[in-house]
Design a protein around this ligand. Structure first.
Ligand SMILES: CC(C)(COP(=O)(O)OP(=O)(O)OC[C@H]1O[C@@H](n2cnc3c(N)ncnc32)[C@H](O)[C@@H]1OP(=O)(O)O)[C@@H](O)C(=O)NCCC(=O)NCCS
Length: 407
């Protein structure tokens, strides 16, 4: 593979090449140092050789000076569902610069190289979890989505019926992946999962409960929803907390059954932690949605949930993405993109549906920056693709951006 370094602009920075078996040891050592407290260098080396939930050495890239490793990153081949449509997505992960090479532009240089690699292989979007938002905002990424973390005693939830339809999954790998797969066309943000990825998800959340539909198990045994989580002891002998890590339901009835089941566990657990989408309006269901252990924060106002922010997304290929998502006919959009110049310009969607999406000229003075356009896309407010839109029925009627996986 030829170098992916942008030509000319930063001659002092090393070029980027695909990693090989010979890089495994130094890569594993760099990542163990850059991400302390996660996996050891030995575990990382094994994962790279054998292939883990996100693949192995084949999606790793390095920048070296002589035999010395200066930096690295991974280009995960994700398929994210945006507005229900599958979108090939660059998962930019494990960006790391060796301590000797930091703060001279190499981190940004690696990200630019990754964007180019993603575009060249046909990715339409890029996604990542930032160590610091402004670093990636300069490269065109925007924060996507939001979760509200509620902590409450189980009895704060209504005792919705359907509790008896929730069951402990003996073999979650046999049924949950197929349910998840059927939900993808009604999701905005979920990524397709391999079976290895499912194994990793279930290993991290050892408790798995399925939710049957009202008529009982479907002929295939596929549930209508599921809850994943783990239990932990609360400090000072205050009982146990059930931390819900995933809660997906195909319909409102199964969603309520899941909540009713959590409510029914009040004599077993003292606390539930649940991350809800803003659109779920969970505060409206709780008897008193005040965060456990807090007092009023602003005279009579009380803390209710913690806002969690996670992924950032970036449009990589405007023309390809618009072709895939099919904005309203006649949409005209001016874009600025200093990192990926192919995105820059005036984009027009044909009025008669014949010529598709075309770049027709220079952007006007009020052009959207690519990061702002990416933010609008995640929020369901991209010009010509505003929600609600025909042909897309979001899960539970909630159009919020929802990405459960981290990478
Ligand atoms: C995060 C990390 C990759 C950044 O790498 P880096 O090579 O230092 O990044 P850059 O040099 O491109 O940018 C860092 C800063 O140095 C500045 N900088 C770049 N060249 C510079 C120069 N010649 N002189 C002074 N400052 C410079 C950049 O403008 C940037 O400024 P900011 O603090 O305002 O954002 C690196 O610190 C690292 O590996 N950390 C541990 C792992 C990690 O957190 N990875 C991120 C995963 S999302």
């Amino acid at each position: 593979m030829a170098s992916s370094t942008p030509q000319g602009s930063r001659p002092a920075l090393p070029s980027v090449r695909r990693a090989t078996e010979a890089d495994v040891r130094s890569l594993a050592a760099l990542w163990a140092l850059a991400f302390p407290g996660e996996r050891s260098a030995e575990e990382r080396a094994r994962g790279l050789r054998e292939g883990g939930a996100w693949g192995g050495i084949e999606n790793c890239w390095v920048a070296t000076t002589g035999s010395r490793l200066d930096g690295a990153f991974r280009t995960l081949p994700l398929v994210m569902h945006l507005l229900g449509r599958p979108v090939p997505t660059l998962g930019l992960a494990a960006v790391a610069v060796a301590p000797h090479a930091r703060r001279r532009g190499l981190g940004a240089h690696l990200c630019r190289a990754a964007l180019r690699i993603g575009r060249d292989r046909g990715d339409l979007l890029a996604a990542l979890y930032p160590f610091r938002t402004d670093f990636y905002a300069r490269l065109g990424f925007a924060l996507a989505g939001e979760l509200h973390r509620y902590r409450f005693p189980p009895e704060a939830l209504p005792a919705f019926d359907g509790v008896d339809r929730v069951y402990a999954c003996d073999d979650p790998l046999a049924t949950l992946p197929s349910l998840y797969e059927t939900l993808l066309p009604s999701s905005h943000g979920l990524v397709k999962r391999s079976s290895k990825r499912w194994e990793a998800v279930l290993a991290a959340s050892p408790l798995a409960f399925g939710i049957h539909g009202r008529g009982g198990a479907s002929p295939e045994g596929t549930p209508r929803g599921y809850l994943l989580g783990s239990l932990r002891k609360l400090p000072r002998g205050a009982g146990r907390e059930f931390r819900v890590t995933e809660f997906l339901a195909a319909d409102r009835d199964s969603y309520r059954a899941g909540l009713g089941w959590l409510s029914a566990q009040r004599d077993a657990w003292r606390q539930v932690t649940l991350d809800a989408l803003p659109g779920e309006q969970l505060h409206g269901l709780l008897t008193h949605p005040q965060l456990a252990g807090t007092s009023n924060a602003r005279v009579l106002w009380f803390p209710s949930a913690t806002i969690l922010r996670g992924p950032m997304v970036r449009i990589l290929d405007t023309g390809g993405l618009l072709e895939r998502l099919q904005p309203a006919r006649g949409t005209v959009l001016d874009l600025e993109d200093s990192e990926v110049p192919e995105n820059r310009g005036r984009w027009e969607v044909a009025t008669d549906g014949s010529a598709g999406v075309r770049r027709t000229g220079e952007p006007g003075p009020d052009a959207l920056h690519i990061a702002d356009a990416s933010a609008l896309l995640a929020a369901g407010r991209f010009p010509g693709l505003e929600l609600p839109r025909p042909g897309f029925s979001p899960l539970l009627g909630l159009p919020d951006f929802r990405l459960l996986d981290d990478f």
